[in-house]
Design a protein around this ligand. Sequence first.
Ligand code: PAF
Length: 292
Amino acid sequence: MAEKQFFTTEMEIIRTVSGLRDRIAEARSKGLTIGLVPTMGALHAGHMSLIDRARRENDVVVVSVFVNPTQFNNPDDLRTYPRTEEADCALLGEAGVDLAFIPAVEEIYPEPDTRIFPLGPVAEVMEGAMRPGHFNGVAQIVSKLFALTEPTRAYFGEKDFQQIAVIRRMADLEGFDLEIVACPICREADGLALSSRNVRLTPEQREIAPAIARTLMSSTEWAADHTLEQTRRYVVDTVNSFPHMQVEYFEIVDPLTMQPLSEWPAAGDAVGCITVYCGDVRLIDNIRYKAR
Ligand code: PAF
């Protein structure tokens, strides 16, 4: 049995690629398993649930905190993305994380990353269509993190449902040998999916925002005796009927290929993926429609 305790009881904050490489090489040489949780910081209970799971399933837990500029297609979104390093480090320390990797942009991108990943159809719809270049940027940073940390397992939240499919595709393309672990969405008591962007909602918007999750949940009952297109319309019209809310897209897709469906599948589940502007805050969520 590998020793569970890696180095010291204190979490180590690492800011350089070479520093991280050294620690990973040491862990590997001891035969320890490594769980990676990539984040952009502004940590909340959703991230902590990924970290808890990584802690239970691996000897060493590495959490990266890096607001990756190459995945932002909107400069305002990058500028206003919450940055809360001190609070993040306190949470990571309490959660028993071994290594917090918090690099500067120049450390990750000493020169521009010009790689284009042939991600294919999985990355062309929904977020891929609305945010050109976003998934290529995600593939750039996650491939760098995988190469650097050589994780046994990497943990991602299902709130970004399409992102997980894209990361699986990138990992296949690059030949990474690891387990990609998809973890369930964490919600507030009123149903709102946890997101770092929720802090930007005004009190009034915050009160209305749970209508997204409520509508998605009620749509699973509606789906039992309505067509896929009627269910899609029900969700769009209901969410749009609330003040401040504007649906950007709602697609019901195949959970593996991410391609929009026009009819309920004869076998297997479907997943409804929604993006809504609540004021100027872009919220995303999804729901599974179980096989009928
Ligand atoms: O989901 C996120 O927070 C980011 O897209 C990720 C996976 C950390 C890459 O920057």
